[in-house]
Design a protein. Structure first.
Length: 296
């Protein structure tokens, strides 16, 4: 697939430029409707790309791309919980959030590319790396199972960043110096999540082209997804359990690959099913705990 790289990067650059024009207009807040529409457009483009892969290279790579895109996209939702918590804690206003997320996306593109290249190279040269990645995913699944999004304490470097931001920004708009610290916090957060998501994608496909492009399409939609979900993230309080189940599933797939071969189509179905169940449960429980109609 090396011949496709220039074309992909051209399309990706055009989409990134369109994202910049739509979501980065100074003085204009990002409407939830616009964010949802652009998120849908990016998802449709990713689906079209998967169809193109199926027509040009075969069904299996197309399914692997779709599964990798879905895994990365679902794990990104948990990343968004942490972004929301950081922005609330550090008092970042909506316009500054757009700037921070833009630099976060650009940094994530470079970071994920390096990690995917390193991961696929290690998997090709050392068989034991597969089991190390599987163990990392199992640990990540356990970690997700025992924490609640939105209430994670702010400690360590992030506490220091918070103190610096409040010292130089107070309750007003954060200055450039503080914004750089927030961008550093976002990049550090993405690095932590990358050590979960990259092994998860490599459990789905060993093709660096498929792994990279599925990650890039998921990351490209991260900003618009944040603005689309920012007012709703607190409602998905059970989703991290679903993400834990997804990580546990891909960990099993990687660790048991020598003895149990799970078809890519089955993996896609399992991941879609897990997401559907926990999104439904989150919505149902939120509706019961916050009824719209009260009789009091």
């Amino acid at each position: 697939m090396p011949a496709y790289w220039p074309g992909f990067f051209l399309v990706f650059a055009l989409l990134l430029f369109a994202d910049l024009l739509l979501l980065q207009r100074p003085g204009r807040p990002v409407s939830a409707r616009l964010a949802w529409v652009w998120t849908g457009v990016l998802a449709a483009i990713a689906a079209s790309y998967a169809l193109w892969i199926g027509l040009t290279t075969g069904r299996q790579p197309a399914i692997e791309f779709a599964t990798g895109y879905l895994v990365e996209g679902s794990l990104s939702v948990d990343n968004l919980f942490v972004f929301l918590l950081l922005f609330r804690t550090l008092r970042v206003d909506p316009e500054q959030q757009r700037r921070v997320l833009l630099w976060g996306v650009l940094g994530a593109i470079v970071l994920r590319g390096v990690l995917i290249l390193a991961g696929t190279t290690l998997l090709e040269r050392f068989a034991w790396v597969q089991y190390a990645f599987g163990a990392m995913l199992a640990i990540a699944a356990l970690r997700l199972m025992f924490y609640r999004p939105g209430v994670r304490p702010i400690r360590g470097p992030v506490r220091w960043i918070q103190d610096c931001c409040l010292q130089y920004g107070g309750n007003a708009r954060l200055p450039i110096r503080s914004l750089l610290l927030v961008i550093a916090a976002i990049e550090a957060t993405d690095l932590v999540f990358a050590f979960d998501s990259i092994p998860a994608v490599l459990a789905v496909t060993r093709n660096p082209w498929i792994a990279f492009t599925s990650n890039m399409f998921a990351i490209l939609g991260l900003r618009s997804l944040y603005f689309a979900l920012s007012s709703m993230l607190d409602r998905f309080h059970l989703l991290h359990y679903g993400l834990a189940c997804i990580l546990a599933f891909v960990a099993f797939k990687m660790l048991a690959a020598q003895w149990v071969a799970i078809p890519a189509l089955w993996s896609l179905g399992v991941i879609l099913g897990i997401l559907a169940v926990f999104v439904f449960l989150s919505g149902a429980i939120s509706g019961q705990s916050n009824p719209r109609n009260s009789t009091g």
